[in-house]
Design a protein around this ligand. Structure first.
Ligand code: ADX
Length: 236
């Protein structure tokens, strides 16, 4: 992000104040003359204030080395590993200086999307809301990863077009998800205690045009995160 002109100006002033004191002390110690020390300090720093301001403004226009944003829409069954992958890659990217945000389906369903259920219409509204947040964040230089089941191709396509989203299919068979059942939801869905459960009693459409497929029932976490990180660094 570019500093405002005002901010750049005040940064230049405070930095110069530190340096003025330092140079004045050193000049006085060297010349032993207060007038010479003042003149040296005044001349040197007047030039430096202007140079610093110009230098800062010029660098702001150089794109090289600045972090950029992108929007990833993950798609995959509950328990496929979307959020685990997103959190792991977030950690790696942050150490490289990127800004990263995860839009987690479970988390948003407790807040912004609290009013929504799991009908096709509600899921579509859910994804549209998350997509909007993703679009805003990514255009402000944040790598944004949406971790939601996102089961319908029509909505993924909508986000591809309207939010410039890249699609990552976290592909894990329903059998493996049932076996893992980290949240105990599959057991309940199979018992009929949860209606419209994706993969059991509600559809999941495999994405035919994913930009990346990560098969989490074959790959271990580290290998999966490597794939995801590589993809992000190549496309950001
Ligand atoms: S989406 O279909 O609209 O993309 P989202 O990712 O927000 O779904 O929420 C899915 C999470 O809600 C699951 O990981 C699970 O924890 C929980 N959940 C509760 N009921 C259902 C259901 N009927 N189908 C799928 N997930 C459900």
């Amino acid at each position: 992000m570019i500093d405002s002109k005002k901010r750049s100006f005040w940064k230049a002033i405070t930095w110069r104040l530190f340096a003025i004191v330092l140079l004045a002390v050193v000049s006085y110690k060297t010349t032993g003359n207060m007038k010479s020390a003042s003149l040296i300090t005044l001349f040197y720093h007047s030039v430096q204030v202007v140079m610093f301001f110009v230098h800062e403004r010029l660098w702001n226009y150089i794109k090289w080395g600045k972090t950029r944003g992108m929007f990833i829409q993950m798609t995959g069954l509950s328990g496929a590993g979307k959020t685990t992958l997103a959190r792991a890659v977030e950690k790696r990217l942050k150490t490289k200086g990127f800004k990263v945000e995860i839009i987690d389906g479970d988390e948003y369903r407790e807040g912004l999307c609290k009013d929504l259920g799991f009908s096709k219409e509600d899921r579509n509204t859910n994804i549209r809301r998350l997509g909007f947040v993703g679009k805003v964040l990514s255009r402000n230089n944040v790598i944004t990863i949406m971790s939601a089941i996102n089961p319908y191709e029509s909505l993924r396509n909508e986000l591809r077009i309207t939010c410039n989203a890249k699609t990552i299919f976290v592909n894990c068979s329903v059998e493996t998800c049932i076996e893992r059942d980290t949240k105990g939801l599959y057991k309940k869905a199979i018992a009929g205690e949860i209606k419209n459960f994706t993969g059991i009693s509600d559809p999941f459409e495999d994405p035919p045009f994913a930009d990346l497929v990560i098969k989490t029932d074959n790959l271990d976490l580290d290998a999966s995160v490597n794939l995801l990180e590589e993809f992000i660094l190549e496309n950001v």
